[in-house]
Design a protein around this ligand. Sequence first.
Ligand SMILES: Cc1ncc(COP(=O)(O)O)c(C=O)c1O
Length: 311
Amino acid sequence: MKYDFETIMDRSGKDALAVDAIGAGVDWAVVPTKPKNGFSAIPMWVADMNFATVPSIPKAVIKRAEHPAYGYYLATDEYFDSIIRWQKERNGVSGLAKENIGYENGVLGCVSTAIQAFSAPGEKILLHSPTYIGFSLVLKNTGRVAELSPLKKDKNGVWRMDYEDMDRRIKKNNIHLVILCSPHNPCGRVWERDELKKAMEIFRDNQCIVVSDEIWSDILLNGNKHIPTQSVSDDAKKRTIAVYAPSKTFNLAGLIGSYHIIYDKYLRDRMNRQSDMTHYNSMNVLSMHALIGAYKDEGYQWVNELCQVLS
Ligand SMILES: Cc1ncc(COP(=O)(O)O)c(C=O)c1O
């Protein structure tokens, strides 16, 4: 191993929600209370890591921070090229261009924008259950209703989609927007190509736009391979808003910096128009440099080692 995944990092007092919020009386249902006397807390209630990130990230951020001006700026070609290379080398994506990539203020920010762009308040949106709590909150906050299609364990204990159930629920409720989580949180399934293909055929036949949350696509255990939803067919490429981020992969959630990949111009224009309306969807210059630092050669090796350690 080139990188250190063994040193225990003390994050207390270092802007770490995972540690500092425990027992702090924060008014959210999901925050644990303080452990009993004599016990210490294991901060596994929120999805960020206690591993120090790859050194090429602080290096890139510090280098930029040393330049003493932080004015308005344009996302650089290096930013877009870093994403294009990452997607090509990690996910086998070819033909991705700068115009297909758009900054997103968090993956849930993108999900929220898509919900507002492609559904009306009170409308139903298809998701699988069990469901990541962030999706439930975004739906609640935007006044939409989750139509849940339960994942089912097969005889080998593997979680599977129930295609008939998905189709039935979509038809019954006139659903035209789906949130797909790939790999799936919380079930941990890395969907196989055929599974995604089948799901996307149902979405095509029912004229559904798909938001594919692929935030977990870099963290793959036991040699699993991520299949981008957009790669399963030409139709899937056109009807899918895919969302990625280096935040889970590299422990960068505090810097905020996700991105969408949208090939279809109509979907892209609707998404951009919706997010422009708030003027909130703007990148932070240090976050841009963090992504560039993450997607350097060191980052590729660090993630390989991370997946090995987690496996
Ligand atoms: C599936 C999934 N999507 C999105 C998020 C949150 O992403 P962001 O912080 O970029 O909104 C999480 C965080 O745990 C997640 O598990």
